[in-house]
Design a protein around this ligand. Structure first.
Ligand SMILES: CC(C)(COP(=O)(O)OP(=O)(O)OC[C@H]1O[C@@H](n2cnc3c(N)ncnc32)[C@H](O)[C@@H]1OP(=O)(O)O)[C@@H](O)C(=O)NCCC(=O)NCCS
Length: 167
């Protein structure tokens, strides 16, 4: 089943925490989605074993269709969305927002009160996904990416609108 039918039923996407058995599937997903910029197998293995990372896997009909990695550094109350990827066949079907919601839940479960991310200024699909999921733009990092493109910084409160943004 591909994106058209998935779009009508993205609630059928299951999101679960990843484990060591997912390494091969995640390496394949990374290579398909990010090609030359794919995370290395070694990095993925490290995240899967990390005590401060949540690796969230979206599955549809038994296939890994997306992944999000959230880092919760022990010395801050912030979480960072380190990576999010959805197979192109499923793009626009709402898997990204489902993964973001799971990432936010994971960060909340670790007591984080805010989640942040960076995105290339030209990545319109991702920016749209973040905005509609309630993320606010709050900064820009000039020349952050390998192509010297700027990163836009986004953040979302996790514990209610009356909490203060972190500095
Ligand atoms: C960013 C990403 C995770 C979003 O996931 P998603 O499941 O497609 O998210 P959504 O379903 O909310 O779709 C996001 C937007 O992309 C649009 N879109 C989907 N497929 C598209 C395509 N082939 N071309 C252009 N736009 C497309 C959708 O219409 C949607 O726009 P809308 O918010 O105005 O409705 C996914 O696009 C992806 O993996 N991209 C490649 C990796 C990447 O860029 N990661 C983020 C790095 S910061």
């Amino acid at each position: 089943m591909r994106a058209t039918s998935l779009k009508r039923s993205h609630s059928e996407v299951d999101v679960r925490g990843g484990g060591a058995d997912d390494l091969d599937g995640l390496v394949a997903l990374e290579q398909v989605v990010f090609a030359a910029d794919a995370m290395t197998r070694r990095s993925l293995k490290r995240f899967l074993a990390s005590q401060t990372a949540d690796v969230l896997i979206a599955e549809f009909a038994g296939e890994i269709v997306g992944c999000a990695i959230v880092l919760s550094h022990p010395k801050t109350s912030l979480a960072r969305l380190y990576s999010i990827a959805v197979l192109a066949d499923y793009a626009g079907a709402g898997v990204g927002p489902v993964l973001l919601a799971a990432a936010e839940d994971a960060a909340r479960a670790r007591g984080r009160n805010e989640i942040r991310l960076e995105v290339h200024e030209n990545n319109e699909r991702a920016i749209s996904c973040y905005r509609k999921s309630g993320y606010d733009e709050f900064g820009r990092l000039c020349g952050y990416y390998r192509d010297f493109g700027d990163a836009l910084r986004f953040r979302k409160r996790l514990l209610g609108s009356d909490t203060r943004w972190q500095t």
